[in-house]
Design a protein around this ligand. Structure first.
Ligand code: BES
Ligand code: MN
Ligand code: ZN
Length: 510
């Protein structure tokens, strides 16, 4: 849906496009190819830097127009790395995003990016080129399919439009292209997640969402869609209770990827909340800001995007994704506060607030997959509570886990990718807050610790499986824009989950 540039890798010596980005370190140290350009132009780059008092500080840019004697090159953009040896993996990704923004703002059709850093810390050159290309790729996104007028040139929204081709010049283009392959898959998955979150709910109901998932069979994923009759046969009474107020029927989508050596090795299970729109139901939400609830399927979007990335890069692991697709509406057929429903596990739930619907969807999926797939571990993602934003704002997603190793591994992946997690508590005290007089459990815990009681509710349905719950209400949508994330629908979680899987479940099984 977004016009994204083709990214190609060429040797450092290859011909340059008219617009060139070069990296400049602290006090404008230039790497050899950039120094060569500088010398050829009679020091135009370093002179311009001096005149502008440009020091090559991290993420700062300086544009040098019409440098003399450089043939077809008519614009050089210096991009500061600061002290390159200080930069970590994700800093290079962010720099790639900054480069893409600088190029995009110039509305050129093609550009060269000379990826040879004056200092690059521990990052190897091919890896560096791939990381910068990854960042540039992630930056190029816009959700413009419903704009019938062409965006005005001064409009930020058209930034992603112009560039058709980005040439990455680096020392070992074959190797860089190879490393980049897997990042390209992760970027594709992130774009899919963004598209799903941004799509309005009138266009993306449970059925349409399931259709989109089905299309991913082309990547090699095995996709199974369960319809309402099948969900009723499976006795998913808690999930179906949420769906019953909507004229649009529920769906559950299951995506399987068996890339491990042993196809029968226990799978990793990813579970996503896919509430295509959350009005709150009979416990209806206030009007202000309700439009954001088109993004209440951000967990499902992250699961779908991750599964796509794993399939595209042919991950060496067995991973199954499952998402519950429903719409939470108030109507004559909707659930009421006080209703008691029977979940797939057989346990009863007293629904005291119909706006605490996400957990009702998740627990039926979790009970079902424990029984059917016997997963080695479960990670669920859900835009579950407003309370997580009260606690962590939009910087961090909340991480709840019944297993310290799983929590630690997820935190490591979080540090590597910059998709930030903060561990939150599970506690018997929160379990107690969910005790109901009339049923086995109630779906809300009262005024305090709303994210913790939501997690405690899910935990009630988890058996002996290592499990982590990520509350992504703050990060999945309307999160602060960054160098690599220009979109309302952030696509949050795809990079994190992909990294968690590759670092912890692929190496040993090769
Ligand atoms: N989808 C919402 C949580 C949410 C709120 C996500 C704002 C993103 C932005 C969830 O279904 C919900 O309504 N949670 C309630 C729970 C309460 C009724 C116990 C909440 O957080 O207020
Ligand atoms: Mn709700
Ligand atoms: Zn919700």
């Amino acid at each position: 849906m977004t016009t994204r540039p083709e990214i190609v890798f060429e040797p450092l010596s290859a011909d340059l496009e008219p617009t060139v980005v070069v990296l400049a370190g602290d006090d404008i140290a230039l790497a050899s190819r950039a120094r060569e350009l500088d010398q050829k132009s009679g020091g135009a780059l370093t002179k311009a830097a001096e005149a502008a008092q440009y020091k090559g500080r991290k993420k700062s840019t300086l544009e040098v127009l019409a440098p003399p004697r450089l043939g077809g090159v008519n614009r050089a953009i210096l991009l500061g790395t600061g002290k390159g040896s200080d930069l970590k993996e994700n800093d290079w990704v962010l720099l790639g995003g900054t480069a893409a923004a600088a190029i995009g703002a110039r509305k050129v059709k093609s550009a060269s990016f000379i990826v040879e850093a004056p200092e690059s810390g521990g990052t190897k050159p091919a890896e560096l080129a791939a990381l910068l290309a990854f960042g540039a790729n992630l930056r190029h996104y816009e959700f413009s399919k419903y704009l019938t007028k062409t965006a005005k040139p001064e409009d930020d929204a058209s930034e992603a439009d112009g560039l058709k081709k980005l040439v990455i010049h680096c020392a070992d283009p074959d190797k860089a292209r190879n490393v980049y392959g897997r990042y390209a898959a992760v970027a594709n998955g992130t774009m899919t997640a963004r598209d799903l979150v941004n799509e309005p709910a009138n266009a993306l109901g449970p059925v349409e969402f399931a259709d989109r998932v089905k299309e991913l069979e082309s990547t090699g994923l095995e996709v199974e869609i369960l319809d309402e009759a099948q969900l009723a046969d499976l006795k998913m009474g808690s999930l179906l209770a949420v769906a019953q107020g909507s004229v649009r029927p529920a769906r559950v989508a299951i995506m399987q990827w068996h890339g491990a050596k042993s196809k029968r090795a226990k799978p990793i299970m990813l579970v996503g909340k896919g509430v295509v729109f959350d009005t709150g139901g009979i416990s209806i939400k206030p009007a202000a800001g309700m439009e954001d609830m088109k993004g209440d399927m951000g967990g499902a979007a992250a699961v779908v995007g991750t599964m796509q990335a794993l399939a595209e890069r042919k991950a060496n692991a067995n991973v199954i994704g499952i998402i519950g697709l429903v719409e939470n509406m108030p109507s004559g057929t909707a659930i009421r506060p006080g209703d008691i429903v029977r979940a797939h596990s057989g346990q009863t739930v007293e629904i005291l607030n119909t706006d605490a619907e996400g957990r009702l969807v998740l627990v039926d999926l979790i009970s079902y997959v424990q029984e059917r797939f016997k997963p080695r571990l479960i990670i669920d993602l859900a835009t579950l509570t407003g309370a997580i934003m009260v606690a962590l704002g939009k910087e961090y997603a909340g991480l709840f886990a019944n297993d310290d190793k799983l929590a630690a591994d997820l935190l490591d992946a979080s540090n590597a990718t910059g998709e930030k997690l903060w561990r939150m508590p599970l506690d018997k005290g929160y379990d107690k807050m969910l005790e109901s007089k009339n049923a086995d459990i109630k779906n809300i815990g009262g005024r305090w610790a709303g994210s913790c009681t939501a997690a405690a509710f899910i935990k009630y349905f988890v058996k002996d499986t290592p499990w982590a719950h990520l509350d992504i209400a703050g990060t999945a949508m309307d999160a602060p824009k960054s160098e690599i994330s220009p979109s309302w629908g952030a696509g949050w979680g795809v990079r994190l989950l992909d990294r968690y899987i590759s670092d912890n479940h692929e190496k040993a099984e090769k």
